[in-house]
Design a protein around this ligand. Structure first.
Ligand code: AMP
Ligand code: ZN
Length: 114
């Protein structure tokens, strides 16, 4: 998608601090971190929101979660705890319409979230 910010990051047209890259997903540091660890895991495939995930994407979504868990382990926040978040549509605060899993950790998290 030409005018999708995260597609442009995948295509390396916009710089990002990459954390992980493989055939199907990319992970990078969030530009406006909300916790000591704040990393986004995105699929190379453009999917606008969680509502557009189809059954054929099941392995991809599973891989995104596993990559997120591996990154949490590598960053030393796995045992303490961390949060995986996928905001969907405006009331949830989605601002980039290319699905992304937020990895948030390194500080205590509040519940319920704001
Ligand atoms: P959301 O509000 O759930 O759609 O999350 C979008 C996230 O993308 C926010 O946490 C932003 O800080 C982050 N973000 C926006 N632009 C960039 C960028 N160029 N590089 C890295 N993260 C970004
Ligand atoms: Zn995209």
């Amino acid at each position: 998608m030409e005018n999708c910010l995260f597609c442009r990051i995948i295509q390396k047209k916009i710089p990002a601090r990459l954390v992980h890259e493989d055939e199907t997903v990319v992970a990078f540091e969030d530009i406006n971190p909300q916790a000591p660890v704040h990393i986004l895991v995105i699929p190379r495939k453009h999917i606008a929101t969680s509502l557009e995930i189809s059954p054929e994407d099941n392995p991809l979504i599973g891989h995104m979660v596993r990559v997120a868990a591996d990154i949490a382990r590598a960053r030393g926040i796995a045992d303490r705890g961390f949060r995986l978040v996928m905001n969907t549509n405006p009331e949830a605060g989605q601002t980039v319409y290319h699905i992304h899993l937020h990895i948030l950790g390194g500080r205590p998290m509040h519940w319920p979230p704001g």
